[in-house]
Design a protein around this ligand. Structure first.
Ligand code: EPU
Length: 431
């Protein structure tokens, strides 16, 4: 599937952001912890939730949807060996904890997801082993067992990995005894998962310095939970609003608290926003200024905001620097932007202040963006979800026509993207 875009149209209006992809998928997996019904409100209809739905159904969940409410109930784990998943994402590994808790065994597919670096899962595996799981894997599957059940442990993550933190939480809520996670991720999506689990009967506390305490309980109950709005969607549409003068987009349901670092960066480069009761309105009146940015774990500048932000920096007057410290290979998309007229050079040196894991390792993880450059339409292929969104924003502000191939990848994370863009005035066709 592809998008044909005629760039340069003014984009004005309101878009409503949906429930967070990176919370919804984990919450579906969390529902496997109970045999009672879980209702997820504000549920996004996107490729990644479809894949996760297939995973849960293969395991034994009964799932139905009424508007934006998803009902999911797993009376029994019918199948702990999942081999038939038709597509892959990053989620199956998170089902290890719930399956080990309920039936003591799990065979789950190795992960897929965006190609943005090697994306190892060593931290997950080490942490689950500390909880008492025996885990082996080959090229296709994880094979896990917990013959004596999972038991609480002190786990120090070597990096505050979002997925590994969630994995330990999902494993620890029904484990025997107490678990302490040090150097845990505290992204808003992780906190929302904790809020949901707390309502389901889990005992979880947040300590200082990235510490999370979990006291295992005997039973996890059903729940009705409203998924937090997707802050990455909010950033995508906000960047689009600020990319050219004359755009003005209200992002309904955008939450200021989850966007503090992004909003400050927007103000520093000369963008404008107004926080209203039910959302945030973005626009800009004058030119944009350059900036230095480093991506970091929350509450830092998120790695998923880097790509739309780089588009803004191609429109800023001067030289900007972006140091990507979360993923080692997340600037591939800038080659396509250069073909459209951008001036972006990528370096393997750390161009920033943060101590970065990729230092002296020859990973292309720092970018220097010289602006302002006029972008022209081009033929683009979506490389990964967020890079694809950056391509889309570039095409929407470019002179002339663009074709973007691989729209399925964008559909994994954004519901009805073309419909919402059309409602703002974009010229975009899906073929
Ligand atoms: N890492 C390891 N070993 C591990 C786990 C992670 O080395 O066992 C490394 C990764 O390779 C990466 C870094 O740690 O370099 C951060 O990875 P993390 O585990 O925090 O990321 P994730 O859980 O795989 C989630 C989101 C990503 C988002 C990151 C960072 C989901 C499904 N994905 O990934 O979102 O970029 O956290 O915030 O929640 C997206 O939505 O497009 C997306 C890529």
């Amino acid at each position: 599937m592809k998008f044909i875009i005629d760039g340069g149209k003014k984009l004005i209006g309101t878009v409503e952001i949906k429930g967070s992809k990176n919370a919804a998928t984990k919450m579906m997996v969390a529902s496997l912890l109970t045999n009672e019904e879980v209702i997820l409100e504000n549920f996004p209809n996107i490729g990644d939730t479809e894949i996760t739905r297939e995973l849960c159904e293969l395991i034994g969940s009964n799932i139905s949807q009424d508007g934006s409410n998803l009902s999911i109930k797993t009376p029994d784990i019918k199948n702990y060996q999942v081999s038939q998943l038709s597509r892959r994402n990053r989620i199956p590994i998170l089902a290890l904890g719930p399956l080990l808790a309920r039936v003591g065994k799990a065979t789950l597919p190795i992960l897929g997801g965006d190609k943005i670096g090697p994306r190892p899962v060593d931290i997950h595996i080490e942490a689950l082993r500390a909880l008492g799981a025996e885990i082996n894997f080959d090229n296709d599957y994880f094979y896990a067992e917990a013959p004596n059940g999972l038991r609480g442990a002190k786990i120090i993550l070597k990096f505050p990995s979002v997925g590994a933190t969630e994995n330990v939480i999902l494993g620890a809520v029904l484990a025997k005894g107490k678990t302490i996670i040090q150097n845990a991720a505290k992204e808003p999506e992780v906190i929302d998962l904790i809020l949901m689990l707390q309502k389901m009967g889990a005992i979880i506390e947040l300590g200082s310095n990235r510490t999370i305490y979990i006291e295992g309980v005997k039973k996890i109950n059903g729940v009705v939970h409203k998924i937090l709005p997707d802050r990455n969607e909010a950033v995508s549409f906000a960047s689009l609003a600020i990319a050219t003068t004359g755009n003005r987009i209200k992002i309904k349901n955008a939450v200021q608290r989850d966007l503090i670092t992004f909003l400050s960066a927007i103000r520093r480069i000369g963008g404008e926003y107004n926080v209203e009761e039910d959302g945030i309105v973005f626009n800009r009146n004058g030119g944009l200024k350059p900036i230095e940015i480093e991506t970091d774990a929350h509450p830092g500048f998120m790695t998923d905001w880097q790509q739309p932000f780089v588009i803004l920096l191609t429109q800023a007057d001067g030289v900007s620097v972006v140091h990507e410290t979360i993923y080692e290979d997340r600037f591939g998309y800038t080659e396509d932007l250069n073909l459209m007229g951008a001036d972006i050079k990528v370096f393997s040196k750390c161009l920033g202040e943060l101590e970065c894991r990729f230092c002296k390792k020859e990973f292309p993880h720092s970018a220097v963006i010289s602006g302002r450059t006029q972008l022209n339409g081009g033929n683009l292929k979506v490389r990964d979800l967020r890079a694809g969104m950056a391509h889309l924003i570039a095409a929407l502000i470019a002179n002339g026509k663009s074709e973007i191939e691989g729209v399925e990848e964008l559909d994994r994370g954004y519901e009805d993207l073309d419909g919402r863009l059309k409602s703002l005035g974009a010229s975009i066709k899906r073929l």
